[in-house]
Design a protein around this ligand. Structure first.
Ligand SMILES: [Zn+2]
Length: 493
């Protein structure tokens, strides 16, 4: 069995799941409930001031000059300079913000380093030389090497802070309490003045823990915090003991190699959202043109009123965040259902874009579809990790075109896949899931085998297999039989 491969997890905008060392953390979000606007305003002001702190960190240390400087060093420099008073925030607040901004810069630099590592491989094939360059890069002492520093300058674009609505609060800087036993939790965080905390009513009875990230959006405070994945209830559920292949669909979250569809409501959810957004955008465009016309005619009052009442983003953003949450729930539920059966899950690498494959569902908004694909990738990685199953990423080339019965390229029509050799008709997603499972441990088709090479391997293998006759009895057997025997013949070859 191959070693577990886990898709590189990235932090998405909601910072759901991140790897920290070997620990998987899951982000939970609590929301403020009926927070009064004075409190919100005060927190928003603090976040705005902390945004200036972030900007300063990015500006001074966000490029070559900042390489290797820790947040502690930067704090010491700033304290000596005595320039921190002008931020107008409490010391702990700006210090945590510096730490957070430095972490962002480090992530930004790590992305550049990945590109430079590629350049090193292209530059020399001498192992000792490569090793020296790699370790210099890793240790951030690339400034002394002309090649490395040229490459870093090329790939490390000077980033810029765009965050002006967040406050990071360390665990010892806030407290939580409930007004009644078992009631909703309140959160008291430092305000702009010492000993004058801001008390935020939350919509949950579960108190947040650890370092908090308060995000101020649309009059509401989002409290993001992380917990160990081990503490999540579902992780107690054991994984199954079988090997299951999956295919990412558009009308459902996943189809597995048993032919079972998981999360069938996804397709409807996607097309409805896509239609709704299209209609709303069209309406907004119309309203905007009315406002512009009014302004052109000198009627600023009307233009302002329209902008204020009809072109706001709060409701729109809340609606779309609710929609995203629904998709996440459906996706995670679907992946859990697969892991209920599986000790090993074979899936294509959904973080890579693959254009060679025929896609269905033209009307689905591409952006939404791409986003849900990312959620599925994240769910597969995090649920497998939490529940102790193995996620094996396989090459997806031609998985939806090869017929599992004869191993040849079938004829596709709609969501059906016809085998021209034995006449079996497959459901394309089901075939793709079986093929994904077949790819596990395939000696010739590995994750990075090229598309063309996969095609010729598939052809060669199909040619070597004896022709199957179009016997209706055989068709039925093949349709009904489990793929396990099929799979073992393939792998044992
Ligand atoms: Zn066949």
């Amino acid at each position: 069995m191959q070693a577990p491969r886990v898709a590189a997890l990235r932090e998405d905008t909601e910072r759901r799941v991140v790897w920290q060392g070997d620990w998987v953390k899951v982000t939970r979000v609590a929301f403020s409930k009926d927070l009064n606007s004075a409190k919100y305003g005060q927190l928003a002001e603090q976040a705005r001031r902390l945004g200036r702190v972030r900007s300063e960190v990015w500006q001074r240390y966000g490029s070559i000059n900042g390489a290797g400087l820790s947040d502690r060093t930067i704090r010491d420099i700033w304290m000596t300079e005595g320039t921190t008073d002008r931020f107008g925030v409490l010391a702990n607040a700006w210090k945590e913000t510096v730490r957070d901004a430095v972490a962002d810069i480090t992530a930004n630099r790590a992305a550049a380093k990945a590109a430079v590592r590629k350049a090193i491989n292209l530059r020399t094939s001498d192992r000792a030389k490569r090793l020296r360059l790699f370790s210099a890069l890793k240790a951030d002492i690339w400034a002394e090497d002309p090649f490395l520093s040229r490459q870093m300058r090329k790939h490390w674009k000077h980033g810029r802070n765009r965050t002006h609505n967040q406050i990071v609060v360390r665990s010892d800087q806030y407290r939580t309490f409930a007004l009644a036993e078992g009631g909703d939790v309140w959160l008291a965080v430092p305000g702009l003045e010492r000993r004058q905390p801001v008390r935020i009513p939350l919509n949950t009875t579960v108190a947040p823990t650890g370092t908090l990230r308060l995000i101020l959006r649309g009059g509401r405070v989002e409290v993001h915090y992380q917990i160990d994945a081990g503490a999540v209830k579902s992780s107690a559920r054991p994984a199954g003991d079988r090997e299951i292949g999956v295919d990412k669909g558009y009308t459902e979250v996943l189809t597995d190699s048993d032919g079972q569809h998981h999360g069938p409501e996804l397709g409807e959810l996607l097309s409805r959202e896509s239609d709704c957004r299209k209609a709303k955008n069209a309406r907004r465009a119309k309203i905007r043109s009315v406002a512009e016309k009014a302004r052109a005619n000198g009627d600023h009052a009307t233009a302002d009123r329209i902008a204020r009442h009809n072109l706001g983003t709060i409701k729109r953003d809340r609606r779309s965040s609710r929609w995203r949450q629904t998709v996440r729930t459906i996706t995670f539920r679907a992946v859990h259902a697969v892991v209920d059966k599986a000790a090993l899950v074979a899936a294509e690498d959904l973080t890579r874009t693959f254009t060679g494959r025929a896609r269905r569902g033209r009307n689905v908004n591409r952006r939404l579809a791409a986003w849900t694909k990312g959620v599925t990738a994240e769910a597969l990685a995090s649920v497998s990790e939490r529940r102790g199953s193995v996620l094996t990423l396989v090459n997806a080339a031609y998985t939806s075109q090869v017929v599992p019965c004869c191993g040849a390229l079938g004829r596709r029509s709609g969501d059906r896949l016809h085998c021209t050799r034995c006449g079996v008709v497959w459901q394309a997603d089901h075939a793709a899931a079986i093929n994904a499972l077949h790819r596990v441990g395939d000696p010739d088709i590995t994750l990075h085998t090229s598309h063309q090479r996969v095609k010729s391997i598939v052809r060669e293998r199909a040619d070597r297999r004896p022709d199957q006759t179009a016997d209706p009895g055989l068709q039925l057997t093949l349709w009904a039989e489990s793929e396990v025997s099929e799979r073992s013949t393939l792998i044992n070859k």
